[in-house]
Write a protein that binds this ligand. Structure first.
Ligand SMILES: [Zn+2]
Ligand SMILES: [Zn+2]
Length: 151
């Protein structure tokens, strides 16, 4: 996106530009409500203090694990956080059930940790990480539009 001189942007455009560039407000990374839909096996939902609502599936969260091992693995494979592993060609493909946490608990006041059914539990998902990785339609669209800027 280029800004050539002064132009009259619509209010909506202006608000969106500000939202993209601004560092996250305190209220944007402070959850009002955190719901871990364990029994439903659905995922994590957070209502933020700034009024935004986010939701992530467990499969996405598992593939976005922020622990050092997973980050390194994703970097090597060129995967983005939340992007599933490429299916390896196996002689006898085994059914791998989708990742689901056995339990989840808060870490201090800033993060959540999952004990995944595959035994992994090293990742600490900070509120800020989750908010920046919000998967709602609005945020993923913003992310797509700003990708050029971020890299
Ligand atoms: Zn991990
Ligand atoms: Zn969002």
């Amino acid at each position: 996106m280029t800004h050539e001189g002064i132009r009259f942007a619509s209010k909506e455009e202006q608000a969106r530009d500000e939202a993209q560039n601004r560092p996250l407000e305190r209220t944007a990374v402070m959850p009002n409500k955190v719901r871990v839909l364990l029994t439903e096996g659905k995922g994590l939902e957070i209502d933020w203090q700034d009024g935004h609502k986010s939701a992530w599936s467990f499969a996405w969260l598992r593939a976005a694990c922020p622990c050092a091992t997973c980050v390194e693995e994703r970097t090597l494979e060129g995967r983005k956080p939340g992007e599933a592993k490429a299916k390896t060609a196996e002689l006898l493909p085994l059914y791998t059930p989708p990742a689901k946490p056995r339990s989840a608990h808060g870490v201090g006041r800033y993060a959540i940790q999952f004990n995944w059914s595959d035994g992994h539990s090293g990742g600490i998902y900070s509120w800020e990480y989750l908010r920046r990785m919000c998967q709602c339609g609005e945020c993923t669209l913003d992310a797509m539009e700003t990708t050029g800027k971020l890299h």
